[in-house]
Design a protein around this ligand. Structure first.
Ligand code: GLA
Length: 379
């Protein structure tokens, strides 16, 4: 068939405007490229999803890690707002979980010890006296099997990992499935499910660090934050919750109205000192199990807005207090003190040892399910 250049151009424009006027027709493209080789010789890939408006999410099946998140500012200029590395090598060094999936138990378990069905379990201690983020080789350091699909709802990357009974000290063969879906309107949905063949504990999250002015552009102290939570869980010196659910009222932890991160971070407050800044779990006001808005972040120079929605009862708001400029990230940028912030939707830290916190036990006849959505926009 011979097509005149003119009619071909007209056809391309028609397809383009159709995609814009009818979002259901828009297709998110997914491209798979090699990302590198692990120390034991395994190849891993990078899955790059792109929307018709140029939003891009790049995720590797190593740790299910979000490597890039490119979103427009208020004038349409695209920037990568996720901290991370250019290639797999960056993620193989000791690094603070940039973009990674966290499991089996996100956040801390006091002394790496818990009791379940009358039995004692000891998991590796990797954060002072406590266990943090799934152990020495958590879900952030394993290779997930990957499958992609693209349809009217967006592009999806499905990741599956089987964690064998006893892995990192946790009981039960646990099958975890995480689906990242990017919609054409620039929404990233993360859908987590898991099943087990033996009683176990579970708490899955994603540990992306955001800087809405662009990763590597400096600190996040001018970001304006809202957290839809009237209480938080104060911690001891090892960042283990004391068990109290404390009101945020009249404290630097009150983000019910928007506040700049930097406004009160240096306040003379015992909890801020223990966390070296914000590194705490907020108790969300919404009903656990219902998808509701947990946080809203606004960066005034770019106009970028990130809303975090979740079904989880808690969110860890962490202001990158352990970043110290020694890690060189994407494009050669060094990530210094407070250059990124994390919003980890989760069950409360140390729940296996805290009988008054919402339960985290998963039984063989149940399915664990959590949904978190990142909605990007501008104003
Ligand atoms: C979580 C923790 C922090 C820190 C980071 C990783 O956000 O709460 O204390 O461990 O992970 O550096």
């Amino acid at each position: 068939m011979i097509l005149h250049t003119k009619s071909l151009a007209a056809f391309a424009i028609a397809a383009f405007s159709m995609a814009h006027s009818n979002p259901a027709a828009a297709v998110v493209r997914i491209q798979k490229t090699p990302f590198g080789t692990t120390a034991d010789g395994k190849l891993v890939d990078l899955y790059v999803m792109t929307t018709s408006r140029g939003v891009e999410a790049a995720i590797t099946n190593y740790g299910g890690t979000v490597v890039r998140l490119k979103v427009p500012d208020r004038s349409g200029k695209i920037a990568d707002v996720a901290l991370g590395f250019d290639d797999l090598k960056g993620y193989l060094q000791t690094e603070p979980y940039f973009g990674a999936l966290i499991g089996r138990y996100a956040n801390r378990i006091a002394k790496g010890h818990f009791k379940l069905d009358g039995k004692d379990y000891q998991v590796p201690v990797n954060d002072g006296a406590n266990a943090l983020h799934g152990g020495l080789k958590g879900f952030d350091k394993v290779i997930w099997s990957a499958k992609t699909s693209s349809g009217p709802k967006g592009g999806a990357l499905e990741l599956i990992y089987l964690s064998k009974n006893g892995e990192e000290g946790y009981p039960g063969n646990l099958t975890a499935k995480v689906v990242y879906t990017l919609t054409d309107s620039g929404e990233m949905r993360i859908d987590y499910t898991a099943t087990t063949d033996k009683d176990t504990v579970i708490n899955l999250t994603n540990h992306s660090y955001f800087n809405l002015a662009g990763a590597g552009s400096g600190d996040i102290l001018k970001h304006q934050v809202r957290l839809y939570a009237s209480r938080y869980t104060p911690v001891d010196s090892g960042l283990i919750p004391t068990g109290e659910l404390r009101s945020v009222k009249g404290t630097p932890f009150d983000f019910l109205q928007a506040h700049e991160v930097g406004e009160r971070i240096g306040a003379n407050d015992e909890q801020l000192k223990l966390g070296k800044g914000y590194d705490h779990n907020w108790v969300l006001n919404s009903d656990s199990g219902t998808l509701a808005k947990a946080a809203e972040i606004y960066e005034p120079t770019s106009g970028r807005v990130l809303e975090v929605w979740t079904t989880q009862p808690g969110i860890q708001f962490y202001t990158g207090n352990f970043l110290d400029g020694t890690l060189v990230g994407k494009g050669g940028h060094k990530y210094a003190f407070r250059n990124g912030l994390a919003l980890e939707t989760q069950h409360f830290p140390d729940s296996p040892n805290q009988p008054t916190f919402p339960g985290v036990v998963l039984k063989p006849n149940q399915t664990y399910h959590q949904v978190t959505v990142w909605k990007f926009s501008t104003r």
